[in-house]
Design a protein around this ligand. Structure first.
Ligand SMILES: Nc1ncnc2c1ncn2[C@@H]1O[C@H](COP(=O)(O)OP(=O)(O)O)[C@@H](O)[C@H]1O
Ligand SMILES: [Mg+2]
Length: 236
């Protein structure tokens, strides 16, 4: 998605339908929190954002606690997102962050992670997937501090997407974190009778070009990625 000068102004998911639900895409310069239970599609959603951003010519960095470079390339290829060339050209940088935690303990680890995010200044989009292991044993002020630090970076032009497991922090804390963020996307697994259905709830997108559609059901298909399921089908 472009603005009037033809310059990219949003983080696209590379999927028109999903971008539409996000009000046209998440504006650059935003701090976004993606929150949800395990297997709800958090990583797949970030992978689509990575892809959409690369396709729009942005430089992207992924800080991942879940993958190695190799496993992320492999995983994204399985939903038809081939990032290898972008990696080789340096347009996509992937840094595993899992070991940081084990080395220095929760408080230090959060600070180091914030510094690592800050070092990506100048790149288009930075994704942290996920923050969960960094926050589950950290004092709340430190978690707030991490988000405040990210927000400051965003105020200076960075675009940051942070993934967290919903149950890693208390509800009250989630509300506070959400109010710090420009965009808040909540993923869920709903039980609709016999079938489980994933849903994406657009809790907020500040500065969206259009009104956001609040909840949408989707599935993750091999070789395709996120596919929106029409309500009629979802409820059938
Ligand atoms: N390549 C794929 N093909 C089919 N299903 C996939 C693929 N990648 C992920 N999934 C499914 O999508 C769901 C969401 O995965 P993921 O985004 O990794 O969840 P989360 O990060 O929220 O834990 C899971 O049920 C997973 O099995
Ligand atoms: Mg994940």
């Amino acid at each position: 998605m472009s603005n009037t000068e033809g310059k990219v102004s949003v983080v696209s998911t590379g999927n028109v339908e999903i971008d539409k639900r996000l009000g046209g895409g998440i504006p650059l310069g935003s701090l976004t929190m993606i929150e949800g239970q395990p297997d709800s599609g958090k990583s797949v959603l970030t992978q689509q954002m990575v892809w959409g951003s690369l396709r729009n010519g942005l430089l992207v960095t992924v800080l991942t606690s879940e993958n190695t470079v190799k496993s992320l390339v492999h995983q994204m290829r399985a939903i038809n997102l081939d990032i290898l060339d972008y990696c080789l050209l340096g347009k996509l940088k992937i840094y595993p962050i899992g070991a940081t935690m084990a080395k220095v303990g929760p408080e230090q680890a959060l600070r180091r992670l914030l510094e690592a995010v800050g070092r990506q200044r100048g790149r288009g989009v930075v994704v942290v997937d996920s923050l969960t292991s960094f926050i589950s044993h950290a004092p709340m002020e430190d978690v707030m501090g991490f988000f405040e630090g990210c927000k400051t970076y965003c105020d200076h032009g960075m675009t940051i997407v942070v993934v967290i497991h919903s149950y890693a922090v208390e509800q009250g804390m989630l509300v506070r974190l959400s109010s710090l963020c420009d965009a808040h996307l909540r993923l869920n697994i709903e039980n609709l009778g016999e079938r489980l259905m994933k849903s994406l709830e657009v809790a907020k997108v500040r500065g969206a070009q259009k009104a956001t559609g609040n909840v949408v059901s989707f599935d993750v298909e091999p070789g395709w990625g996120m596919r929106i399921i029409p309500v009629s089908k979802a409820r059938a």
